[in-house]
Design a protein around this ligand. Structure first.
Ligand SMILES: Cc1cc2nc3c(=O)[nH]c(=O)nc-3n(C[C@H](O)[C@H](O)[C@H](O)COP(=O)(O)O)c2cc1C
Length: 286
């Protein structure tokens, strides 16, 4: 199992040591043209997690490939590039401009419908222009995420990243106005964990694809549970804003959890929630 950061939750160039503590670094979503992102306020904390309305602020594909990417490669960790766009050809053109990275297609971009056929069309367009590993990142807001997962698998995706944020709103205590400039934003953090567990469970059952599980992972126990429902790897998002040492901490906590369960390695727990739980698997292997 590898520990990655969730896209948009770590700036590797300002925090290179945190990036080096990961098994791979995932970039913020890159779009064809530069984007300034949404008007402030763009972050709001709530009791159960965080809301953000960053709006995919990024320097655009050409500047990213020319300036940021060489510096990211120099960090010495495998690099994943999160690719976004507003039409299938935009995603595909960015994929064609990349080399020697893993690609994560952010299929939850504004104005991109995440219906199964749209998601599959984007993946197919990218698959036609690149041989690089392609992960499709899906939103849990879809009413049937397993159907989308099957569709992107059929279109040539190699893996899934699950999950992106869900839409939420927080109000100012006194004025009762929305706290975010865009009134709503993406909800991440602890509130998302049960949603992520359900999405990974459903998509693993439907596809058996490699899955990067994310959503509310704060502890090694959270990571363990994502692996149990079918995640092969786990990504840390919101927790990195609070605890930049979370990669080492989660790894250590995970090792302790695994030891307490009496299994040799976290990979021995992979998918165990689908097979009658841990005791059923252990009775098979002992
Ligand atoms: C501030 C912020 C920025 C984000 N930017 C992106 C992004 O650019 N692309 C993307 O695919 N997901 C983005 N996400 C979503 C995360 O990658 C992740 O899917 C989500 O936060 C759930 O994980 P978490 O609960 O551990 O934070 C962002 C999340 C946050 C909090």
């Amino acid at each position: 199992m590898r520990i990655l950061n969730a896209s948009g939750c770590l700036d590797a160039l300002t925090a290179p040591d945190v990036a080096r503590s990961l098994d791979a670094f995932v970039s913020k979503t890159v779009t064809p043209l530069p984007r300034e992102g949404n008007a402030p306020v763009r972050i709001a904390e709530t009791d159960v997690g965080m809301l953000n309305s960053i709006g995919l602020a990024n320097p655009g594909r050409d500047a990213f490939v020319a300036e940021a990417l060489p510096r990211l490669r120099a960090l010495g960790v495998p690099v994943w590039i999160s690719v976004g766009g507003f039409a299938a050809h935009e995603y595909a053109e960015t994929c064609a401009a990349l080399d020697d990275v893993t690609i994560e297609l952010n299929l939850s971009c504004p104005n991109v419908e995440e219906a199964a056929d749209t998601a599959a069309a984007i993946v197919a367009a990218c698959r036609a222009l690149t041989n690089l590993p392609l992960y499709a990142k899906l939103s849990p807001a879809n009413s049937d995420i397993a159907e989308v997962a099957r569709a992107v698998q059929g279109a040539g995706a190699d893996g899934l990243s699950l999950v992106n944020t869900m839409r939420g709103t927080a109000l100012d205590e006194e004025t009762l106005e929305p706290r975010l400039g865009t009134w709503s934003g993406g909800l991440s953090g602890p509130a998302l964990k049960p949603v992520a567990l359900a999405a990974v469970y459903a998509c693993w059952r439907a596809t058996r694809m490699p899955i990067v599980g994310m959503g509310g992972v704060m502890t090694g126990r959270d990571a363990l549970e994502l692996v149990a429902v079918g995640a092969q790897d786990v990504a840390l998002g919101t927790v990195l804003f609070r605890d930049p040492e979370a990669p080492q901490r989660v790894r250590a906590e995970l090792a302790a959890e695994v030891a307490a369960l009496g299994v040799a390695d976290v990979d021995d727990v992979h998918g165990v929630a689908h097979e009658g739980g841990l005791s059923a698997r252990l009775s098979l292997t002992r």
